[in-house]
Write a protein that binds this ligand. Sequence first.
Ligand code: DAH
Length: 365
Amino acid sequence: MSAHIDQLRAELLGAVQGAKDAAALEEVRVTALGKKGRITDLMKTLGGMAPDERKAFGQNLNVLKDEVAAALDTRKRAFESAALDARLASERMDVTLPVRPEARGTLHPISQTMDEVAAIFGQMGFEIADGPDIEDDFHNFTALNFPPGHPAREMHDTFFLAPDKSGADPTTAERYLLRTHTSPVQIRTMMTQKPPIRVIIPGRTYRCDYDMTHTPMFHQVELLVIDTETNMSHLRGCLQEFVRTYFGVDDLTTRFRPSFFPFTEPSAEMDIGCSRKGGELKIGNYGDWLEILGCGMVHPNVLRACGLDPEVYQGFAAGMGIERIAMLKYGIPDLRTFFESDLRWLRHYGFAALDIPSVTGGLTR
Ligand code: DAH
């Protein structure tokens, strides 16, 4: 009997070692330990044996069973780890290889400009805030001190969304619209953050207008600072620093002209020095002036609408068009080309994807 078991052991362990792959090994397992396997069959004969014989034979058989199971398991794991090694070898990649030189994707000048603006204000300690493109009348107008019926509302050529069908009175119901400027995010920020606040708000804006200098969708970046001792010279210094860094002209002069915006008091427009000689626009101290942005001290009514006490807090805000400052810096003559998705234009004006702008490392290539 035990000779029989020894022979079976040699046979089965040999088959385990000889299995060429996981499938062959599984066949060996079924042959040995499956329902109709050879060890299983022998187990079934135990019932018909005399007690002494059964005890000895049963023990031997159990030892054999465990040995075969262990051998199967070891071999199975060897197959698995070989398979994993093969896979790791075939999927291996060298992350130190340079970017494929034939990759032609470029960053759109709008993305590049937004990154540059964020790099400059980021270094001054500003954070980025954002808000929804679909706004309500309150955030886009009312809280920004555009009273209902105020003519300044009409200047915005607003895209209104269809009135909601909830049965609310259409004259009083909240109107939804595509935000006409990034200023509503000033309101959202002041209503949710405690001063001191120092944010820039880049994003898409929409107005129902289309010609050489207007597109229905365009981009703005908004600036907002709220603190307990903020004044107009902070505003001026901050914006001057920005335009000097952005245009790369260290001593670029700026000029403030009085203006009007409902949400600032006083309000101003800022000009930078330029030249238009020979029909060519150049940024620098050449005696001529170019309007670049709107700004002012946050109106007390706006602070109040956001629950801030104007006796305690003041601040400044500014807003400018991203396309406009991109056109000025990169010599892009026509606004509409920004949105035509013409690959030749994108290749010409686009930026290498890995040239990430920073104030110290350089803003452009
Ligand atoms: N929201 C204004 C516009 O779209 C731009 C602007 C002007 C924003 C002055 C400001 C500001 O924050 O202070 O025309």
